[in-house]
Ligand binder design. Structure first.
Ligand code: HEM
Length: 295
């Protein structure tokens, strides 16, 4: 008996608001059950819930980042279903983040000493706050009453920057877990590589679109062999950089923060000096070369 995938994916239960409720209600029940097992009258207890809740949010933001690229690279019914429901998948991310927000509120109001002594770091606070500001703005402008205040260009800019920023936060958290600390957990690997894959798919989709545009606009759209070879080598190098953070993080950070101005930026500029994203920059450069048209 064959299953009609198209009919399944069009089922009302797994589309639109129904999908949102289907995911966010069980997720919230799990959150309440986890809360019952943790001592919320202590700072560490609340901190555990901050970490627990955000782990539910991360897969959704990675999925949102990858969705449009999946449809470009592997057009089909499943990517189309994801694309159709991207907004609601984003809302599921927002629900998990709202849980994290509630625990952060508890921490910063009731366990101030623990928060400021054991956790607080100005830059982390700035990164997190900017993330929440983006999230709130994206939520409001996902509905007609908020959207009508923005032009289509402004809306696109807001949502694109927000998605990148909210991807960048967890991606960097898990990169640092693998590239700085000695005792990463299996989940750190899973989240780091999922975040990497989500962005790598975007780069690949961008490369594919460049090739298609070149085919449309130029007579000879082939890439010179030298560019192909060099670009391919740079991509392989980028993959190596992505997989070996622990081996190079210390000297590279020391080098990038050697000038005083750069060391100062570390204190407040989100993500500076961008070590987790070096591999992404390198792979992007390689893709630029691999897809460069001759004419
Ligand atoms: C002002 C806002 C924020 C504050 C104060 C904050 C605070 C925290 C704290 C205290 C932890 C450590 C929990 C623990 O393991 O004990 C944490 C973990 C984390 N936060 Fe936030 N956060 C903020 C915003 C965000 C945002 C916007 C994101 C983006 C998605 C995010 C993603 C993460 C991730 C991925 C972890 C690691 C979870 C894990 O252990 O796997 N946070 N945050």
């Amino acid at each position: 008996m064959s299953i009609d995938l198209q009919a399944v994916l069009k089922n009302k239960v797994i589309n639109g608001w129904n999908l949102f409720w289907l995911v966010s209600i069980p997720m919230s029940i799990v959150m309440v059950i986890a809360m019952l097992g943790v001592d919320l009258s202590t700072g560490p207890g609340v901190s555990t819930m901050i970490g627990f809740s955000v782990r539910w949010a991360v897969p959704f933001i990675f999925l949102v980042v990858a969705t449009s690229s999946l449809q470009i690279l592997f057009p089909g019914q499943l990517p189309m279903w994801l694309l159709r429901n991207r907004k609601y998948i984003g809302f599921c991310f927002a629900v998990a983040m709202a849980w994290q927000g509630a625990f952060i509120f508890m921490m910063s109001n009731f366990f101030r000493d623990y928060y400021y002594e054991d956790i607080y770091l100005l830059r982390d606070e700035l990164e997190g706050s900017v993330g929440y500001i983006f999230l709130a703005a994206m939520m409001v402008t996902s509905f007609h009453f908020g959207r009508k205040h923005l032009s289509p260009k402004q809306w696109k800019l807001l949502h694109k920057s927000g998605i990148y920023f909210l991807w960048a936060y967890p991606f960097s958290v898990y990169w640092w877990n693998l590239s700085y600390y000695d005792n990463p957990q299996p989940i750190d690997y899973v989240f780091y590589w999922s975040g990497f894959l989500a962005f790598a798919l975007r780069i690949a989709a961008w490369g594919k679109k460049r090739q298609q545009a070149a085919r449309r606009n130029t007579q000879d759209s082939s890439t010179p062999l030298a560019f192909k070879g060099l670009g391919g080598a740079i991509i392989v190098f980028g993959l190596l950089v992505a997989a070996t953070g622990l081996q190079w993080q210390e000297p590279v950070t020391a080098f990038l923060t050697a000038p005083k101005w750069s060391a100062n930026l570390v204190l407040w500029l989100p993500y500076w000096p961008f070590e987790p994203y070096l591999s992404i920059f390198i792979i992007g450069l390689g893709t630029l070369l691999v897809t460069k048209a001759r004419a």
